[in-house]
Design a protein around this ligand. Sequence first.
Ligand code: ATP
Ligand code: MG
Length: 408
Amino acid sequence: MRNPAIIEHSEHKLDAAKISKNALSVLEGLQTAGFEAYLVGGAVRDILLGLSPKDFDIATSASPEEIHKLFRNCRLIGRRFRLAHLHFRGEIVEVATFRGNPDDCHADTGIILRDNIYGSLEEDAWRRDFTMNALYYNHQTQTITDHTGGMQDLQQKMLRMIGVATQRYQEDPVRMLRAVRLAGKLNLTIEQQTAQPINGMADSLLNIPGARLFDELLKWFFSGASFAGFDLLCTHEIFPILFSQTAKATYEPNVTAFLQYGFQNADQRIKDGKSLNPAFFLAFLLWPPLQIIMKKHQKNGMKYFPALQLAIDELLTKQRKILSIPQRFTLTAKGIWLLQSRLTTPRRKMIYKTFNHPRFRAAYDFLLLREQSGENVFAAADWWTRFQEVSNRAKQCMLKDLEKKPVI
Ligand code: ATP
Ligand code: MG
């Protein structure tokens, strides 16, 4: 083990005003009780990069039971490695006891089976993923402890895996997804030896439970940099592993452009502080392969709706083999897809039923996305935009006109 660098405030200049009051009170409580306590992980990294973190992780020498005794608002979670969640109004501060070296606890695949051994700060630092995620901020002394060279990497915006990257990806393939997500979100360069093994190892992500993969993908989608992340996921050949049906569809014209518009749209919504439903992400990501499967069924003589229903079932069955997508999201995505034909060929009798449908807004946004990416749905998109904007009387006129002259 190397000597740590202790970095003074005059050098790192971490803006402590960006640390939540609750996180500060937890740090203080632990230190007053005689334990070591540090802010660590994404929060330190993001503040040093000038961003405002959304959550705060604390690492401490106190055991979960000691944390529990100290704070009334504490709940211990996790069976394998117990974490303390300290509940405040509108915020949960996660406190973890320093973790030790799991050494020989590997399965044949190299995946870590046991990492529930407590350790020292040094050990805790070396088992983290990237050097810039292993910076420990001590609020009492305002110093940062850096065992892995993370500060220099952070200054150079270089994402570097701690230890031997191949082995660390074997232990936990999700680290590949984290590398790509963080590089996209924070505009980092992935250091060469950290990046190089990913392409060849991406298929080991298939050994990861679908629910964990889905959670990690949601973080990517909500990062506000999903567009940059998509590019990196493709470059590192992760995208075709997780979304094989969509990746195959990108050989068709305009599909890549359609996906890019989808990601840009999502990033813009995050920037504007607008809500974003994960179902929308699924809806646009799986739309291109859905079209292909559906056309195949229609070619074989099926009518539009049965072909669409069958295609949806086939598409989702295959996708669920890799990602566990909660049903509430697939149901919403289905609603968006099923409403598309009602939107593109508005019929007088169905207008209000469509307009009052709980998925109308999402389906309309989806139609705009199709229009933006160059699909020939301009007239329908324009009709629905006007229909929402005009008075009730004008709406009646539009309905009458529709009888004389259908939109498409
Ligand atoms: P963000 O919260 O912006 O997604 P983060 O780095 O804080 O990024 P978390 O999932 O909150 O991500 O993890 C907190 C810290 O835990 C990380 O910074 C890293 O030190 C450590 N960590 C998380 N996942 C892993 C992993 N798979 N392997 C090793 N260390 C990890
Ligand atoms: Mg975090």
